[in-house]
Design a protein around this ligand. Structure first.
Ligand code: KIV
Length: 267
């Protein structure tokens, strides 16, 4: 029996071309080896090593404390697992805000850790940073709308409803050279408008079905995180509940002396 041919790796040009081919893009976050291997084998187009790890992995209430070193560590863990899909890594808060040169240095670090592209938040105000990173030959995914690193300016994780600044941001990031754009936390109608306004794939999260693709956080999609339960999340499994039951069963068996049984021991 011959093995199936290895699945073709997803490249940045292929990811970008999905829009003109009318092919929707499925993206999920992952932060470590086992999760990345599962997501890759399941067929996602891209894994986003998101700074949402600050909340779902590190337990902070925002992504702001996440450092570039921590992001690089998680990118290395993910990169060891991935055989096929694109790896996009978030530039964390403070790693690209000082200057375009700082943005390039930070992006280089994440690419050297194993990412194929970086994502950074912000529209018009961050266009220079996007352009500088793109000039350094590093593909950039933009991120507009509800940008979690701006949580204090926005006064919380709030749906962004102002159409004109959103459209201007999306166009600025595209003009600066981004190959794709995350659109987060906007009314569905606006998500569709942004998608019509740009020529690169839009990846929505809480931005409705009119985007070219969708991204969800691993822990949300699998029912592992109860910290925030935004309306846009669909839980495709309840792994948190399943894990609690499994661990409770383990505790019961250890305490009853029924685990380990004979078959779990060495002769
Ligand atoms: O950090 C992250 O996971 C993200 C997604 C929510 C888009 O930026």
């Amino acid at each position: 029996m011959s093995l199936p041919p290895p699945a073709k790796p997803v490249t940045v040009p292929e990811f970008r071309a999905a829009r003109s081919q009318n092919r929707k893009l499925a993206v999920v976050t992952a932060y470590e080896f086992t999760a990345a291997a599962i997501a890759d084998a399941a067929g996602v187009d891209a894994i986003l090593v998101g700074d949402s790890l600050g909340m779902v992995v590190q337990g902070h209430s925002t992504s702001l404390p996440v450092t570039l070193n921590e992001m690089a560590y998680h990118v290395r863990c993910v990169a060891r697992a991935v055989k096929r899909c694109l790896i996009v890594a978030d530039l964390p808060f403070g790693s690209y805000h000082e200057s375009p040169a700082q943005a390039v240095r930070s992006a280089v670090e994440l690419i050297q850790a194993g990412a194929h592209a970086v994502k950074l938040e912000g529209g018009e105000r961050m266009a220079d940073a996007v352009a500088a990173v793109v000039r350094a030959d590093i593909p950039v995914m933009g991120h507009v709308g509800l940008t979690p690193q701006s949580v204090h300016r926005m006064g919380g994780f709030k749906v962004q409803r102002d159409a004109e600044p959103l459209l201007a941001d999306a166009r600025a990031v595209e003009a600066a050279g981004a190959f794709s754009l995350v659109v987060e936390g906007v009314p569905s109608e606006l998500g569709a408008k942004v998608t019509q306004a740009v020529g690169v794939p839009t990846i929505g999260i809480g931005a409705g079905p009119g985007c070219d693709g969708q991204v969800l956080v691993w822990h949300d999609l699998l029912g592992l995180y109860d910290g925030l339960r935004p309306k846009f999340v669909k839980r495709y499994a309840e792994l948190g509940a399943a894990a609690r039951e499994a661990i409770a069963a383990y505790c019961t068996e250890v305490r009853a002396g029924t685990f380990p049984a004979a078959e779990h021991g060495f002769k």
